[in-house]
Design a protein around this ligand. Structure first.
Ligand code: ARG
Length: 460
């Protein structure tokens, strides 16, 4: 069956049918298409196109179809152009001639927008709840090692000591913003496009507000041409998915390094690592490498749709059918990566002695010393110079911070007071960073408690 044809003397070639068909991928919208069509049948009744009995017959047929559409058998042997055509054909098989009225005053251009919006709303919710699960796992891992100190890095060089929970909370914030972005993407998708027709607005007096209420939309779209040519809602989702993947990828990158022999901070679970077919000793972080790798695919999805859309003249163009492959692909890859990351986090074990040793044998305390001098009255620029020379001398003499005494420090530079030797221990400097958002132990404890409360309050 086709939803068009009268104007043609012969049908499409087999090649064109194969080339243009979208059922292979847009079948994923079947449930949304049926739900949208049920609501449309009710709108047709309100507009006087369907009688109550006809509407009842159609909605009952759709309801039966919804259950079947959940199984692959529903699509077996189908050669329809797209999911919209398939659903209407199946309606006709079930409800008979009355099905010919279901597409009155409706275009597939608005229908595909509606279906995608319905699908996206749920997918945004699913992503938010998966993100929250990962955030909860991060908090658990933070709570397991509340006092562990690690060197924080800039330029991949040891910079300043931070608490392990402080480091994990940084990712908590990133994922929290991702959750917000999915909330925003949902909000933007949450407007009813039906009533827009193909591009000019429907020729039937539908009560669009009533349709919006029926389908749980917060608003109705404002311009029929915009609806016909708009895929911003898909791009918003893809951008949110890309930043979430970016954050997962950076966490993966960190942990690939931190679990290496060179770092030795983290032990990844057997359940999320694999061995080598040749080298018997290997325990490879494949799960994390794949998360990092899939990030590229998801960013590719965003780029793909951006490029598809950028040169399209108003309004609908068939190019837009290509939106679904990257959309579904991004959702699958992000969903899978979040699920995978949960397992990685829950099976990871920190070996706190290794990062503590890395902090202690380095000069992550240099800033703490310079700031101690500045607090005691030395102008910071001079304090910076003094500590810089102190580090240079230590490097030359092969001395670590712990090798100095307060008296030796005071001999090196009179500005050093013997009690400043306390800052040679990285833990001391952290106590001076009790500023909100800083790595001071109390600041971190309250940030952890706050994060926990925020997570509990998230409505997912
Ligand atoms: N399958 C199309 C899509 O995904 C919707 C159909 C609109 N087709 C058309 N020729 N106007 O965009």
């Amino acid at each position: 069956m086709k939803l068009w044809g009268g104007r043609f003397e012969s049908g499409p070639s087999e090649v064109f049918e194969r080339f243009s068909g979208s059922l292979d991928f847009d079948r994923r919208l079947a449930d949304a298409d049926i739900r949208g069509s049920e609501a449309f049948a009710r709108a047709l009744e309100r507009a006087g196109i369907l009688s109550a009995a006809e509407r009842e017959r159609i909605v009952a047929a759709f309801e039966a179809m919804r259950a079947e559409a959940a199984s692959p058998a529903f699509f077996e042997g189908a050669t329809d152009e797209d999911v919209h055509t398939l659903v209407i054909r199946k309606l006709k098989e079930r409800a008979g001639a009355v099905a010919d009225k279901i597409h009155t005053g409706r275009s597939r251009n608005e229908q595909v927008s509606l279906d995608t919006r319905l699908w996206l709303r749920e997918e945004c919710d699913r992503m938010r709840s998966r993100l929250c699960a990962v955030m909860g796992d991060l908090l658990d891992l933070a709570a397991a090692y509340p006092g562990a100190a690690i060197p924080g890095y800039t330029h991949t060089r040891r910079a300043q000591a931070v608490l392990w929970p402080h480091y994990l909370l940084a990712y908590f914030e990133m994922f929290s913003r991702d959750g917000e972005r999915f909330g925003e993407a949902r909000r933007r998708a949450n407007a009813l496009p039906l009533g827009s027709g193909a591009l000019a607005g429907s020729g039937f007096p539908f009560d669009r507000e009533a349709m919006a209420r029926d389908l749980g939309f917060e608003a109705i779209t404002a311009n029929s041409m915009d609806v016909s040519g708009d895929r911003d809602f898909a791009l918003d989702f893809l951008y949110a998915a890309s930043t979430a993947m970016l954050h997962l990828s950076r966490l993966a990158e960190d942990w690939i390094l931190y679990s290496s022999e060179e770092f030795g901070w983290l032990e990844l679970g057997d359940a999320v690592t694999s061995g080598s077919s040749l080298m018997p000793q290997k325990k490879n972080p494949d799960s994390l490498e794949l998360i990092r790798g899939k990030c590229g695919r998801v960013m590719g999805c965003l780029t793909s749709l951006m490029v598809t859309m950028k040169g399209l003249p108003m309004t609908y163009n068939r190019d837009m059918q290509e939106d679904k492959v990257p959309l579904f692909e991004a959702a699958d890859q992000l969903g899978g990566s979040l699920e995978m990351m949960r397992d990685v986090i829950r099976t990871a074990k920190l070996n706190p002695a290794r990062p503590a040793a890395a902090a202690e044998e380095s000069w992550v305390v240099a800033t703490d010393l310079a700031e101690a001098l500045a607090r005691a009255g030395t102008p910071f620029h001079q304090a910076h110079q003094i500590v810089g020379r102190f580090v240079l001398e230590s490097v030359r003499a092969g001395k670590r911070p712990a090798d100095w005494t307060g008296e030796e420090m005071a001999r090196f530079a009179p500005e050093f007071r013997p009690e400043m030797a306390a800052y040679l221990n990285p833990k001391k400097g952290m106590t001076s960073r009790e500023i909100p958002g800083g790595t001071g132990p109390e600041a971190v404890a309250s940030a952890l408690a706050h994060a926990k409360r925020r997570l509990e309050q998230m409505d997912v």
